[in-house]
Design a protein around this ligand. Structure first.
Ligand code: NAD
Length: 368
């Protein structure tokens, strides 16, 4: 934990008057005190690629409960650039070989794993064993078995684990969850959702290699649609049937291009979804007994929009990643489970695993 650069004397007096640090705080006071931490927690980003550089590091300039304290990278030139740009001291810069020494660094409270999917398990477990709390990017791991190992390792090390599910902090999405889960327009009868983009990147990128990515559009984009169905209904699916389409086999040699699925939920709602590396989709539409609601775009970093019975939602755009990381820092301070814990990543991966089984078998497959 590092001191906030600008902790004012007034804050100090206020904190002191709240009895922060006293042994017996009332729960209400403790919550109030923790909601305004006197110190910001230090986050180290592991993997300085597109998402770390384009989204997380800028978001960490806006966060109130945490800050960009360290980096882990295999590229010395990147380390130098980042150190200069974000004022990161040499002692807080690690590479993949000396990463475990982070255990001795009190500036780093949270390790954020932003690596190719195949590396999520190893770095989450190593971070927890180094005594750090962990945020791991989506999809949580290559498969559900790995997710279970990650959850177990964090539990054993008594560290909190959260998945980078930024949309749980996004106002339109929170409203969608409320409308669906609280049955504001009666029971949801059907959901249709899709997420995808037209891949135009490097044909040799890790995203197109099965061993590194675990799969294609389903792992990367479909995870949002799967989760969208789960958080709209507030229920867990029990079975799935899936089909796929491949129009660019030369590009998607190892991974899925476009996948379509139908999920069976305990309430027997009709729930269809799709993911793609070859179509630009980002929507979720729900039909309830007495109304309908939808998001579109539903899953991006910004520009989320929605309608309820045809009327546009009126919510602000926020920096989702800043809200997500601030919330996790507060969870660490208050020692409470994140609203998007490892178990949430596991639930999505159980569905993904079953979708891949269904693509192989051509049949309905049980989830879990
Ligand atoms: P990227 O390829 O841009 O960055 C990956 C980083 O990992 C690079 O800095 C690369 O140097 C490093 N790396 C270390 N070892 C590597 C290896 N063996 N092979 C390849 N790269 C290696 O990827 P990204 O788009 O930043 O994605 C990283 C993670 O973040 C993925 O899990 C991805 O799904 C996730 N992500 C999440 C969101 C979101 O909205 N939550 C958005 C984008 C990416």
């Amino acid at each position: 934990m590092a001191p906030v650069q600008k902790t004012s004397r007034r804050d100090f007096i206020r904190n002191a008057s709240l009895g922060i640090g006293a042994l017996a705080l009332s729960p209400a006071l403790a919550q109030l005190a923790a909601a305004k931490p006197a110190k910001k927690l230090g986050i180290a980003l592991v993997g300085l690629g597109y998402y770390s550089g384009g989204q997380l590091a800028p978001a960490l300039q806006q966060t109130k409960n945490c800050y960009l304290a360290g980096i882990v990278t295999g590229t010395p030139a990147k380390a130098a650039d980042w150190a200069k740009k974000y004022n990161i001291p040499e002692k807080n810069i690690y590479n993949y070989q000396n990463f475990d020494e982070i255990a001795k660094n009190p500036d780093i409270d949270i390790v954020y794993v932003v690596l190719p999917v195949s590396m999520h398990k190893e770095y989450t477990i190593r971070a927890a064993q180094a005594g750090k709390h962990v945020i791991c990017e989506k999809p949580m791991a290559l498969n559900a078995e790995d997710c279970k190992a990650m959850i177990a390792a964090c539990k054993k090390a008594n560290r909190l684990l959260s998945i980078g599910y930024r949309l749980h902090f996004e106002p339109h999405t929170i409203e969608l969850m409320r409308l669906g889960q609280k049955q504001v327009y009666g029971k949801v009868k059907s959901i249709d959702t899709g997420n995808g983009f037209t891949y135009g990147g490097d044909p040799n990128a890790w995203r197109l290699k099965k061993a590194l990515a675990g799969g294609g559009g389903l792992m990367d984009m479909g995870i949002y649609s799967i989760q969208g169905s789960r958080y709209t209904l507030g229920q867990e699916p029990i079975a799935v049937k899936a089909t796929q389409e491949k129009t660019k086999p030369e590009l998607f040699k190892e991974v899925d291009e476009t996948v379509f699925w139908e999920l069976q939920f305990p309430g027997r709602q009709k729930v269809t979804g799709k993911s793609s590396y070859n179509h630009d989709w980002s929507y979720l539409k729900a039909e309830a007994e007495k109304g309908n609601f939808e998001l579109g775009p539903a899953f991006g970093y910004g520009g989320i929009d929605g309608k309820v019975n045809g009327t546009p939602m009126q919510f602000p755009q926020i920096t989702q990643q800043a809200a997500q990381m601030d919330d996790f820092a507060l969870c660490v301070i208050q020692n409470k489970q994140s609203r998007v814990p490892g178990e949430e990543g596991l639930k999505d991966m159980l569905v993904v695993d079953a979708i891949y089984r269904s693509l192989d078998s051509g049949k309905w497959e049980k989830i879990g």
